[in-house]
Ligand binder design. Structure first.
Ligand code: AKB
Length: 318
């Protein structure tokens, strides 16, 4: 049975991944940590407040709980990163370097997500290949490419079991994302339920890859369970399930929420970032090397998102 530590467990991915990992490996075997005190994470297993930049406190927890697998989910996202680039580097790379060193010292496997943000304007835009040009123009992307390279280095140089996927924009009804370029694809559902209207910060024609959270969580578990002998790549795998523009998702929401309207107030930073990212990824390597196969598409995801957010509204939670 794995003994898992999650850093950044209070975020969009972590809050749901913690629950899933605890359901698979048992509550006591999954230690959740976050910068902030997140009461709900303490209800089903151990929880500690941890600043992942504090290497000593981080290593102490790994040793105390005899951890063998770390999920490093600490990150400032793309749009926030452009406001405070030095801080973004300090946090994103600081947490990663501590994770790599602790994984090396303590013999842990390490999962660190990369992103479609690792690509840039000179990357082939459609069906972006697994191995291709990576010259991102955001600090977030620079951190992600650095993360991929240094994680592969730790694997080949020190034998650390590092693994990663390039996440697209993640859509979920549980925890809101914050500071990302793809956040609009979550916000649209909340606004559709709350007010019937959404003002979109990303231009109508920009394609980006997106994924429903259950598929993203499944990818984390499946990759960390994959047979290492079958992995040709490690850091990091393209994974994909749906790609759409704001106009396309607006039309999907309109089908499900009669009277829904959307207009645009373009955020120039988000527009520049979105236009620098791929339209869609080729995920053949992930499919072949560890059996990646998404379950959700735009239509099924939209139906489920709206149902869950409507339930939240009925309970007075939003
Ligand atoms: C962001 O928009 O910054 C993230 C990402 C695609 O990595 N959601």
């Amino acid at each position: 049975m794995k003994r898992i530590l999650i850093i950044g467990a209070g975020g969009q991915i972590g809050s749901e991944l913690t629950a899933l990992l605890r359901s698979i490996y048992g509550g006591d075997n999954v230690v959740a940590t976050d910068m902030r005190d997140v009461e709900s994470l303490a209800e089903t297993g151990p929880f500690h407040v941890l600043n992942a930049l504090d290497a000593q406190a981080y290593a102490d927890l790994v040793k105390k709980y005899k951890i063998d697998t770390i999920f490093n989910l600490v990150a400032l996202l793309s749009a926030t990163g452009e406001k405070i680039p030095q801080k973004a580097w300090e946090i994103n790379i600081g947490a990663l370097m501590n994770s790599l060193e602790i994984a090396r010292e303590c013999g842990c496997a390490l999962f660190t997500p990369s992103s479609i943000g690792a690509f840039g304007p000179s990357t082939p835009k459609d069906k972006t290949p697994q191995d291709t040009i990576m010259r991102p123009t955001t600090i977030y992307g620079v951190c992600k490419v650095t993360g991929e390279l240094i994680s592969d280095y730790y694997h080949t140089r020190f034998g650390v079991d590092t693994r990663s996927v390039r996440f697209p924009g993640l859509i979920s009804s549980l925890t809101l994302p914050g500071g990302g370029t793809t956040d609009y694809a979550v916000e649209i559902f909340y606004e559709a339920v709350k007010t019937g209207h959404f003002t979109c910060p990303v231009p109508s024609d920009v394609y980006m890859d997106m994924m429903y959270m259950p598929d993203a969580l499944h990818a984390c578990v499946q990759l960390m369970e994959a047979d290492p002998d079958k992995l040709i790549h490690r850091n990091s795998f393209n994974i994909a399930s749906m790609s759409f523009t704001p106009e396309i998702i607006c039309n999907e929401v309109k089908k499900l929420v009669p009277g829904f309207t959307m207009d645009y107030q373009i955020d120039p930073v988000k527009e520049a970032i979105a236009r620098s990212w791929p339209n869609s990824l080729d995920d053949t390597c992930a499919r072949e090397e560890w059996g990646w196969k998404p379950k959700w598409d735009l239509q099924s995801m939209s139906v489920d998102m709206l149902k869950k957010i409507q339930e939240k509204k009925a309970k007075g939670l939003i």
